[in-house]
Design a protein around this ligand. Sequence first.
Ligand code: NDP
Length: 394
Amino acid sequence: MRRISIFGATGSVGEQTVELVLRAGGPEVYHTVALTGGRNIARLAEQARALRAELAVCADPADLPALREALAGTATGAAAGAEAIAGAADLPADWVMSAIVGAAGLVPGLRALSHGATLALANKESLVTAGQLLVSTAESRGARILPVDSEHSAIFQALIGEDMAAVDRIILTASGGALRDWPMEALATATVKDALAHPNWAMGQRITIDSASMFNKALEVIETREYFGIDPERIEVIVHPESIVHSMVGFRDGAIMAHLGSPDMRHPIGYALNWPTRAPLPVARLDLAQLSTLTFRAPDLARYPALRLAREVMAIRGLAGAAFNAAKEVALDGFLDGRIGFMDMAGVVETVLDRLSAGEGLGKDAMGLEDVLAMDHLARVRAAEAISTTGRTA
Ligand code: NDP
């Protein structure tokens, strides 16, 4: 029986993973080793019961008594805290879903790879933060990283049987998020509620706001470089409001392979779960005649400074990705709790990158986990400082 673990099981990607595992037969077909959640203890326990998981782990030790109580009468063990979540990744599993949000997903994913597990990676932040480390760990252990981001799953699928040397460019599509048709001058006043109204995708809160600011696409551009080893100048972004073409690969003979489908994360999650085969998935079939039109337009870089910043990060390399992601997470917290405005997020990240590149080791190439975590920490401190300055002058 295939042994699986799901990190971030109670989130948007995690829930859909659990749904697909249950639809495929649940505990009759999969042996669930570990499920992890953050604060949603009731849901974590329900999932553990449904999948008959060996272990359920929550993020905060203060929630452990509640988790134990919710699991009473089951054979599922309970644990809590960041170290316990990382420890759950040490339990032998064949397939591990990495769907914790933010840099907290890095260590468990890395530990799963170091044990040779196939890592279905939704947590793009870990590739942006420590791409080289994840890829080299996977290579040295003969482990696989399978993309779960819909764009990278699309690219992965378009590249099957192809030679990377024949690839001319990768074209990432972007919906443009909730605010894509707002006048530029109104963006500074956008609220959290405005930024959460995504036109096509139902996702977790943080990635939805990152879609509106295109920080999500900026992370994905860096993620593309890490996954596919392609030069940054050959990665393009195009706004595609319908979210039907999930991304494209252009080849040197002029051909473009595009991956189309309904905007439904159960496709890339299910693809990674069933890889290398394809199994039926509960995803709506496209009616192309009904769709009739697909549109594309170049992104406006003044509206989306995050895209320019991603290019700078890729030019610096080293630990710049770790700083970029950490500063972005802190800036997003600042927007979520009302300390800074929507357009200030990019300003905060840029300030952090400027400060760190002027002498705090951003371009350093040593990529041990400790280097990465130290840069993550430093960038968070610098971002908090930048937010307090932004707040005072706003
Ligand atoms: P959610 O916010 O919906 O879920 C995040 C999960 O992580 C939850 O299980 C949450 O627990 C848990 N969690 C939060 N903080 C911590 C922490 N500090 N330690 C341990 N666990 C924690 O996120 P999404 O599912 O939207 O996104 C997950 C990842 O997948 C992100 O990296 C995102 O960028 C990526 N992704 C998401 C897509 C989507 O459609 N949602 C699409 C493509 C990529 P709890 O809820 O119990 O508090």
